[in-house]
Design a protein. Structure first.
Length: 181
């Protein structure tokens, strides 16, 4: 079953059809939850953060203007919510690395699987140590696959700033990975 397009859902919601918001949640809940997991590295906080995102979206959807896609608008809310969560508690070491456990190669070699998981853990550690704004930019680009323009809108900044943050994040990660190697 194909879900209606975002414009139709927003219009229906603004006209009082609350089931339209339910369809928005169904359409984007997995992506929002995944982004929360990558931003927070905490299986316990991610569902709460995702729920907060949709509560904020519900409260703000009537004022939403389609100058950017609904998807980008939701990502902006998600990033801001996760940055707020990160300010509340940012553990030095993360016990939950399962967000990166699926980075294993498609090759069945146990050695290769181990190397992939270890690489994932190293990358996760580097990402976790990045400042929130750098982490948000690199996650949106490299993991979520957003364009620079979409990231700029999601973060409420310019494309140049996004490129700079991604460059700084990559350099910082490269430096940390070389140091740990």
């Amino acid at each position: 079953m194909k879900l209606p397009d975002d414009t139709d859902l927003v219009t229906r919601f603004k006209d009082g059809d609350l089931s339209a918001f339910e369809q928005v949640v169904l359409k984007y809940q997995d992506r929002i939850y995944t982004l929360c997991r990558y931003m927070l590295y905490n299986a316990e906080d991610a569902p709460d953060a995702a729920q907060d995102v949709f509560l904020k979206a519900y409260g703000g959807l009537k004022a939403y203007r389609p100058d950017a896609s609904l998807y980008t608008w939701l990502y902006r809310i998600t990033v801001n919510t996760c940055l707020d969560y990160g300010k509340k508690s940012r553990p030095e070491h993360c016990a939950d690395t399962s967000a990166f456990d699926n980075l294993a190669s498609s090759q069945p070699s146990p050695e290769r699987l181990y190397q992939s998981k270890e690489t994932g853990r190293l990358i996760e550690g580097c990402l976790r140590k990045l400042p929130g704004k750098l982490r948000a930019a690199i996650v949106l680009k490299e993991i979520e696959g957003l364009s620079y323009e979409e990231i700029a809108h999601a973060l409420g900044t310019s494309v140049g700033t996004v490129k700079s943050r991604i460059s700084r994040a990559r350099e910082e990660m490269r430096r940390r990975l070389q140091k740990d190697a």
